[in-house]
Design a protein. Sequence first.
Length: 202
Amino acid sequence: MKKNAKRKIFVNTIDLMEEYPIDEITIKMICAYSGINRSTFYAHFTDKYDLFEQIQAYHISRNLQITNTLYQNFDQVNNHFIHIIFVFKIYNKAKLLQFFRIQFKYIYRYRRFFHAVFISHPQKDFVIEMVHLTYESYEKVMAKYTDMDYHMYYIQYLIGGQLGVVFSWLRRNCEESPEEMARIMLRNTIKMRELEETDLPS
């Protein structure tokens, strides 16, 4: 019963986050939308900011789990081939495609939340934290499997492009399926890597 009440609060708070900035959302509004009394609210949260932090902490934790799958997948690649592949060139493209599938399925499942914090009423600190965690995961892969010079700039460029794609997808109300988005991201990533390998004029 308590778990159901807490879930109901989470779900209805996300609805409110789509409509109002966080500062304008009150506990009275949360209780009314959730069909609960204040005592039920305070049984789970100290105040509204504790509620918001718990919602965000859940998604930060999930994002960390997802981005870590990238490292774990490449850690399982046969070491005989590691020296001839670059993580984003991917001779084993299936692993990267699966990683993008997981990402976009997750975003799609919780699209109301992500639309609220990215589009409707942007939560800058939350977005920065998500980007930071993604950067750390990519950096871990790059450090172990590549010897690319200045790879930190490549990662930043890659993440910036991915973030732009996610923003556009959310603005379009996720018209494309997660599978379509995963394949778009894979193609764009491969193109970026091919461009990076292009000889530049002296």
